[in-house]
Design a protein around this ligand. Structure first.
Ligand SMILES: Cc1cc2nc3c(=O)[nH]c(=O)nc-3n(C[C@H](O)[C@H](O)[C@H](O)COP(=O)(O)O)c2cc1C
Length: 329
């Protein structure tokens, strides 16, 4: 990323921030911490997987200021991702078919994880796999590594279950999470796919099998068509929709799961662009949130949103008190 682009982004972010300068955003003490599955977060806002690159983001702000940082999905061997084009704009969002491209676990352990820990970040390692064995190998190797939490992305196509994603089948999910629970003591978040008819049944299967927390939602299936060629824009034809257009949908997923499972820690994800959106998730029953697509437009968005929420919680002491104790409703 060129210096000119970075400066422009910082100036733009500064202009967007309603009440605080970039300097204040980086240095003021946090007023409203939370606890997710026993892990203290300095504020309830993390970055969402796949939209955060440690090297790039750390040029814009101190990433240790975030409640937590969820990394790009890490697989046991490098994945190349899907053919291009793999992103398309859509009203109030994007559709992507990046396909979990990543340089693999060895690279992650040698580079990103030590860098994040040196910076003092609370690290959530997002885990990807194409088979149950893939997930098991990654989680086993992370057992004695310094990541603070695991986030199991169960939306990947999985050969152990006929190519469908484990996150769409309660029995397959229970089997996978049970196997991972047997090999790790790390706090384990299961990241749920919204592309199901019964999210509560899926959430219960994950919790019964030993999930310590749930994060939701991953992207929704979508597509765009180029009307000049009549062909799909994405080489993969369909992709995952993210951004403000999914906000009310994602919020209802969180609320439905919270109503059915009053005690499980929940991280709300989907279309958050400001502190008020994040506050809606807390009222819907989330203990914390992760910010994704907003950071693709504005790298400092997660920090700005965390600061906006911190101020909004000043006027809501009851909610802030519950959050500080790891509760929400
Ligand atoms: C480009 C891109 C890459 C993503 N990669 C991952 C990933 O590796 N693992 C994962 O669990 N979610 C991944 N996601 C999903 C996001 O973490 C998030 O759940 C989703 O985008 C909804 O939140 P948002 O509307 O704030 O972006 C990705 C999303 C985008 C846009």
């Amino acid at each position: 990323m060129g210096e000119r682009t970075m400066t422009t982004a910082i100036e733009r972010t500064d202009a967007l921030s309603s009440s605080q300068s970039l300097q204040d955003m980086l240095t003021l003490p946090w007023k409203h911490p939370t606890i997710v599955a026993g892990v203290p977060w300095k504020n309830p806002v993390g970055t969402a997987s796949g939209t955060f690159n440690v090297e790039a983001c750390s040029r814009f702000y101190d990433v240790a200021q975030m409640g937590a940082v969820s990394t790009k999905g890490v697989s046991i061997i490098p994945w190349e991702g899907n053919p291009t084009p793999r992103t398309a704009e859509t009203p109030a969002g994007t559709v992507n078919s990046v396909g979990l491209q990543n340089p693999g676990l060895d690279h992650y352990l040698a580079n990103d994880l030590p860098m994040l820990k040196r910076m003092g970040a609370n690290v959530i390692t997002n885990v990807a796999g194409h088979s149950d064995e893939d997930y098991i190998q990654v989680v086993e190797r992370l057992a004695d590594k310094p990541c603070d939490m695991l986030e199991i992305n169960v939306s990947c196509p999985n050969v152990s279950h006929g190519g469908m994603s484990v996150g769409t089948d309660a029995k397959a999910l229970h089997h996978l999470i049970g196997a991972l629970r047997n090999i790790t003591d790390k706090p384990m978040i299961v990241k749920l796919s919204p592309n199901v008819t019964d999210i509560v049944g899926i959430a219960k299967a994950a919790v019964d099998a030993g999930a310590d927390a749930l994060s939701l939602i991953n992207t929704l299936v979508g597509m765009r068509i180029n009307t000049t060629t009549g062909r799909p824009i994405l080489a993969n034809i369909t992709g995952g929709v993210s951004g403000p257009c999914i906000f009310p949908i994602a919020l209802s997923f969180v609320w439905r799961v919270r109503r059915a499972l009053p005690d499980i820690p929940i991280i709300g994800i989907g279309g958050i662009s400001n502190g008020d959106n994040a506050l809606e998730y807390l009222y819907a029953g989330a203990n914390a949130v992760e910010v994704g697509a907003a950071a693709l437009l504005d790298p400092i968005a997660p920090l700005r949103i965390a600061r906006e929420l911190d101020d909004l919680l000043d006027a809501r002491p009851e909610l802030a008190e519950k959050l500080a104790e790891g509760r929400t409703w």
